[in-house]
Design a protein around this ligand. Structure first.
Ligand code: PMP
Length: 283
């Protein structure tokens, strides 16, 4: 019960998806090495020296997935945490432990085609409070506050503003806005996690769909005049936002670009697009 990370939120984690490709009978782990790199970066933020290198961590993930014998879509959760059973909040002189769990997993947000979001009254912590670019367990108290308030008020997800009152991200997703054929997403200095789905979609939008993407500060009002809004993340994948605070987004239904991007994304993650096969790590 005294486990440091449980008491003080001093853990870092990753959330990774494995996609089963039925035609080939293979399970692909999407952008494993990028997730592992971010896990190690998060560990550095928390002064955590992990015993396993990035390579060894990646190998451990693959070994686990193979040992579990999963032949369906799954979610993989590596967690590095200070396991010391002591009283005293700090980051130094503690001993981290790494655990990895893999389990079958489907949709994270039920209404992936038409989510109703609210702008949360909770703010995303500023980089000088807890850096959002790290996936730190303690930060998720903020996500949990926002998510429960949203769900219990009848919404599907919360969109949080940052300290400056600009759009940051969902409780567990990055946010994209489409207007007049241009896509925009909050830049990485807007108190957002450096999402790996975010980065992948920016590449797909620019290089495959020929759509310009801006990474810049986004105002709340832009969400209400957007043609399309969608949330992205490993768990949420690409979730179309149909309404925000009871206002329809665009047509009030999943938009054409979101739909097109989603089809491409699902082909990519299952290893069906040769050019992006390098993002899919075979187990
Ligand atoms: N923001 C937050 C707060 C998250 O928890 C997540 C999920 N990891 C994301 C964004 C999306 O990141 P990714 O695409 O790397 O899963």
């Amino acid at each position: 019960m005294l486990t440091h990370a449980l008491n003080y939120g001093t853990g870092v984690f990753a959330g990774i998806r494995g996609y089963f490709n039925r035609e080939e009978g293979k399970l692909f782990v999407f952008r494993l090495f990028d997730h592992v790199r971010r896990l190690h970066e998060s560990a550095r933020l928390m002064r955590m020296g992990l015993a396993l290198s990035e390579e060894a961590t990646s190998r451990a993930v693959l070994e686990l997935v193979r040992a579990e014998g999963l032949r369906e879509d799954c979610y993989i959760r590596p967690l590095a945490f200070y396991a010391d059973e002591i009283i005293g909040v700090r980051l130094h002189g503690l001993n981290p432990v790494l655990s990895i769990v893999a389990l079958p997993f489907g949709l994270y947000i039920d209404k992936a085609d038409a989510a109703h979001c609210t702008i949360s009254s909770w703010r995303r912590p500023d980089d000088n409070v807890i850096p959002a670019r790290g996936k730190i367990t303690g930060s998720y108290a903020n996500s949990a506050l926002a998510k429960s308030d949203a769900l219990l008020a009848g919404f599907d997800e919360a969109i949080l503003l940052n300290h400056a009152g600009l759009v940051s991200e969902g409780s567990g997703e990055n946010v994209f806005v489409v207007r007049r054929g241009v896509v925009a997403t909050p830049s990485l200095n807007q108190s957002v996690l450096e999402g790996i789905t975010r980065r992948s979609l920016i590449t797909l939008l620019r290089d495959e769909l020929g759509v310009p993407v801006e990474e810049r500060p986004i105002e709340r009002g832009e969400l209400f005049v957007a043609d399309e809004v969608f949330l992205t993340g490993t768990a949420a994948q690409i979730t179309a936002v149909a309404r925000i605070d009871h206002r329809p987004v665009g047509s009030g239904r999943i938009g054409p670009l979101t739909e097109q991007l989603r089809q491409l994304f699902f082909d990519v993650v299952r290893g069906r697009v040769a050019k992006y096969r390098c993002w899919c790590v075979e187990t």
